[in-house]
Design a protein around this ligand. Structure first.
Ligand SMILES: *[C@@H]1O[C@H](CO)[C@@H](O)[C@H](O)[C@H]1NC(C)=O
Ligand SMILES: *[C@@H]1O[C@H](CO)[C@@H](O)[C@H](O)[C@H]1NC(C)=O
Ligand SMILES: *[C@@H]1O[C@H](CO)[C@@H](O)[C@H](O)[C@H]1NC(C)=O
Length: 270
């Protein structure tokens, strides 16, 4: 796997409790003789305190799960990142959805997000171009170092797609059937390009403070493909149809002055 680098703007709040974001990726492990599929789903959770929380089934047949989990890193009483590697055995390669939702994003977000909600659409049907089930964009994140920032305000969220798909980012959509966040109000100080670069541009002091950034990353085929279900049914996906959807959610803390250190975390993928 290549080594994309994710630069995520930050979370540095000593406020009580609360959610700081999540990311989920998946890859199919094998298709069994009976048509069932084993898929490995990895997710990270950032909270004020360490602790484990499970995603739940949103749609389709999510099968059964076995999982291992651990703490990735923590700054005691400030933040903790945990990771769960979940292996699901689903009865067929039909798509299914997973959701993680509750209340209490970090307090007082400038974009007024209180409840958290993140969804993943797992697509495992057989692709006509690869002859295999689809893999989501991979964006496994590890917190590494906090670095003092300068005036740099543009960041690329790089993602690797093992199927060679085009990866695009957008803000979550709370009126789409998946209801990707609750609500999805984007930070006013951030602009996002479909190629997953973020530009942070605070203008006035009232822009200072924490923001909840709720993105959806999707993979698009570079040419029209068919997805074939074990049952034989087919669906065509063109270059404007997303195949899978994963959430990339994180907190960002804005500060105006260049020298007043815009807190920054360097987050590397494996
Ligand atoms: C996917 O389809 C190809 C032919 O298009 C076939 O050779 C392959 O066995 C199928 N894979 C699975 C996992 O069903
Ligand atoms: C959100 O989803 C709805 C329903 O699918 C769609 O009509 C709308 O255009 C989407 N909004 C954006 C900003 O893409
Ligand atoms: C997808 O399947 C349809 C119906 O079987 C077929 O006509 C079309 O050529 C297929 N497209 C690709 C890209 O395989």
């Amino acid at each position: 796997m290549s080594q994309p680098l994710l630069l995520l703007l930050l979370v540095c709040s000593s406020q009580a409790s609360h959610f700081y974001g999540t990311v989920m990726t998946y890859y199919p492990k094998n298709t069994n003789a009976d048509g069932s599929v084993t898929v490995v789903i990895r997710y990270k959770l950032n909270f004020h305190n360490c602790g484990f929380n499970s995603w739940t089934c949103l749609s389709g047949n999510c099968g059964s799960e076995t999982s291992v989990q651990g703490t990735v890193d923590e700054e005691s009483s400030i933040w903790c990142q945990t990771e769960r590697i979940s292996t699901r055995l689903v009865p067929s390669n039909a798509p299914f959805g997973l959701v993680f939702a509750s209340n209490s994003w970090i307090s007082n977000t400038k974009n007024n997000i209180v409840n958290w909600r993140a969804v993943t659409l797992v697509e495992l049907r057989n692709r006509s171009d690869t002859g295999q089930a689809n893999t989501s964009p991979q964006t496994t994140i590890l917190p590494a170092v906090r670095v003092p920032s300068n005036c740099q305000r543009d960041f690329n969220l790089l993602a690797f797609d093992p199927d060679g798909d085009e990866v695009r980012c957008r803000y979550g959509n709370d009126t789409s059937p998946l209801n990707e966040c609750n609500p999805c109000t984007p930070p006013s100080v951030l602009s996002l390009s479909s190629s997953c670069s973020l530009s942070f541009s605070p203008t006035i002091s009232s822009n200072e403070g924490p923001y909840a950034v709720q993105l959806v990353m999707e993979d698009f085929p570079r040419q029209t493909i068919n997805l074939t279900q074990t049952s034989g049914s087919q669906e065509e996906k063109t270059t404007i149809d997303a195949i899978s959807k994963i959430p990339v959610q994180f907190a960002l803390r804005g500060k105006i002055s260049c020298f007043d250190s815009l807190d920054l975390w360097l987050i590397f993928t494996e």
